[in-house]
Design a protein around this ligand. Structure first.
Ligand code: IDP
Length: 163
């Protein structure tokens, strides 16, 4: 079996991505999920959840000194459900950051989630872990081990020129 929460640098690398409440309310879930699917990543966990205030405060703990922290945490926990996902694949952590685009949609490149689907930093639609440590920490914060599928993907030989 594959050790959790993924093995960076291999095809079992994993990251946490979630569609924020505004993305769920706006009906953008399939558009956003489809981007990771089409890129070649493997969905190994997925749930629609209303995260507790405590979970969100922990998730955004590194922002706790920022003026928007309380509002961000209230929005994330009270505005409606979030679609939380774990995606797997080689370089999925770095690639997901590129796919979501810059934090402020005003500077996010077209073609990215935020560059295509968002206009304001406070409603930027999507999250993706920002590195190996963040991914491991966030996956364990949002998912129990048994919620994550232990799977290899039959498509891998068509995605990578070596295993
Ligand atoms: P990231 O989401 O691209 O990783 P971070 O700098 O880690 O960006 O910020 C986390 C989240 O905090 C952002 O996605 C956004 O929702 C919120 N945020 C960041 N800066 C601002 C701001 O200036 N005003 C309101 N919300 C902000």
């Amino acid at each position: 079996s594959v050790p959790l929460p993924g093995i960076p640098g291999t095809t079992f690398e994993r990251t946490l991505v979630f569609v924020k409440p505004e993305g769920v309310h706006r009906g953008l879930v399939s558009n956003i999920m489809g981007r990771w699917e089409r890129r070649g990543f493997t969905l190994v966990a997925c749930k629609l959840v209303k995260p507790s205030y405590e979970l969100v405060r922990q998730h955004y703990n590194y922002m706790s000194e920022r003026p928007f922290y309380d509002g961000l945490c209230e929005h994330m926990s009270e505005s409606g459900p979030v679609l939380a996902m774990v995606w797997q694949g080689r370089d999925v952590i770095k690639t997901s950051r590129l796919m979501i685009g810059a934090t402020n949609p005003l500077t996010a490149a077209p073609g990215t989630v935020r560059g295509d689907l968002a206009v304001h930093v406070g409603r930027n639609v999507v999250h993706a872990s920002d590195g190996v440590i963040g991914a491991a920490t966030e996956i364990q914060l949002w998912f129990r081990d048994e919620e994550i599928a232990q799977m290899d993907s039959a498509k891998n030989p068509w995605l990578y020129d070596e295993r």
